[in-house]
Design a protein around this ligand. Structure first.
Ligand code: CS2
Length: 456
């Protein structure tokens, strides 16, 4: 038996159920990229709003291409369990905010209809860094931004909304990009300019793209997790998600229309998001990526194992405190040293089993905002960042692909580059002259020598 609206009443008493009548709330949000991260973060804040404040804020999930999540969630009427795990306890509740899931490549018309519906006010995104279809210099790569990209569905719906005199939309990027909302705005405008120039002005005048800082560690759900959930619920849940107790969401106060009162349920709506966002990217995500590549190199499998390695924990402490933190301008009351302490504690959570290989994925999309911007900042003052350079060297070895599978949209380019440049030339080919990432950070000859000395 599966978790579903008809089996939910039979769940054991201690399981917390959605505190509202799901059928009484219609869709107000369309979410692209309905993976585990969204289900453990924004959908939970929205579930709390539905229970306490009401409103038509249920979520229509959209997967761009894969049918996996639709097949997990649709038979369950969108219901799934959220498991919060710490060393001490596991807490389970059922989330009801998701109404349905569509696969855009199979049901284009239904997706565009939903985006163009009068009831939809917010379109949100967790499509991962690569979903934004950026070239390494940050511009929109039109070879990637084709009719199957989120931009294409949005552009079509904008034209319909304009023609039927509907209000604009808030586009809420919840991905780990630097200045995520501003980037989405710029890339969307670039897309419209090239493919639907008549809609560009409507987009500029009617839509808003707030910045957000989103934070919750969500490992990919495993078969063992699903078995644990089944034992607790007495029914199967193919869409269960497992996460840490910690959660944070800071959103820029810049919406095109109505929104759920997320701030009454833990989110912060403020005018200064970038201080939080940059700190999160350079400290949390920067340390995560360092643990991933250096940890894998040293034979670790999980984050909590890598952070128990004395040399690695020392390195990420230097990365966060001596390199990332000094590159930031903290907001009032933001204490970066306490932030680093809290991150180390979160990374140590032994119950999460967060795989390093999951974080190692898509490095080409992640390292610019996690490491290279910090390197570029310190370079202005002539300073090197030894901890980041050590992590960067581990990444360069990772993308050679001889130890672990490389899951990255640029994998083939990197493997070609390794073949043609070899150990002596690869660092320069990536980070100097007209190198792949040189638009973000140009290594000095000292930096390149440091990187080279660490390659084996
Ligand atoms: C991680 C993030 O996989 C990764 O690259 O660094 O998903 C991280 O767990 C989240 O950003 C935490 O909020």
């Amino acid at each position: 038996m599966r978790l579903s609206p008809s089996t939910i009443e039979q769940l054991p008493e201690q399981i917390v159920l959605p505190g509202y009548d799901r059928d009484k709330h219609t869709i107000g949000i369309v979410h692209f990229g309905i993976g585990a991260f969204h289900r453990a973060h924004m959908a939970v804040y929205t579930d709390d709003v539905l229970a306490a404040e009401g409103g038509d804020w249920r979520i229509l999930g959209v997967s761009l291409r894969s049918g996996t999540v639709r097949d997990q969630m649709s038979p369950q009427g969108g219901l799934y369990s959220l498991v919060e795990r710490s060393a001490q306890a596991s807490k389970v509740r059922i989330i009801g905010a998701v109404a349905d899931v569509l696969v855009a490549s199979e049901e284009r018309e239904r997706v565009v209809n939903a985006l163009a519906s009068a009831g939809t006010h917010i379109v949100s995104f967790t499509i991962t860094e690569k979903g934004y279809c950026r070239a390494p210099d940050g511009s929109l790569d039109f070879a990637l931004a084709d009719s199957r990209s989120a931009y294409s569905y949005l552009a079509e719906s904008f034209a319909r909304r304009r023609d039927s005199g509907l209000a604009g939309l808030t586009l809420l990027s919840c991905d780990n990009l630097a200045a995520n909302g501003a980037q989405l705005q710029r890339l969307m405008a670039q897309y419209l300019e090239a493919t639907a120039p008549d809609v560009r002005a409507w987009f500029d005048e009617n839509c808003a793209c707030p910045l957000t800082m989103i934070d919750r560690i969500v490992p990919a759900t495993t078969q063992t997790d699903r078995a644990e959930v089944e034992a607790l619920l007495g029914v199967q849940d193919a869409a269960a998600v497992v996460t840490e107790p910690f959660t944070q969401w800071v959103i820029e106060d810049k919406f095109a229309g109505p929104r759920p009162a997320w701030e009454k349920h833990g989110a912060q709506i403020t005018s200064n998001v970038s201080a939080f966002e940059t700190a999160k990217l350079r400290m949390l995500n920067g340390a995560h990526s360092a643990l991933a590549y250096l940890g894998l190199q040293r034979g670790h499998e999980f984050v909590h194992e890598a952070v128990a390695d004395a040399e690695l924990v020392a390195l990420i402490n230097r990365l966060m405190r001596d390199e990332a933190a000094p590159s930031l301008v903290p907001a009032d009351g933001q204490d970066l040293s306490k932030y680093a302490d809290a991150l180390i504690t979160r990374f140590k959570n032994p119950a999460l089993n967060h795989k390093l290989i999951q974080i190692a994925m898509d490095g080409s999309q992640k390292i610019p905002q996690r490491w290279l911007e910090t390197l570029a900042y310190h370079q202005q003052a002539g300073k090197q960042c030894p901890a980041i350079l050590e992590a960067l060297a581990a990444w360069i070895m990772h993308i050679r692909g001889d130890k672990h599978d490389v899951d990255d949209p640029m994998r083939d380019d990197f493997q070609e580059l390794w073949k043609s440049e070899g150990r002596a030339g690869i660092s320069r080919a990536l980070f100097s002259g007209k190198g792949t990432f040189a638009a973000v950070w140009q290594g000095t000859s000292d930096d390149i020598a440091t990187l080279n000395s660490r390659l084996n």
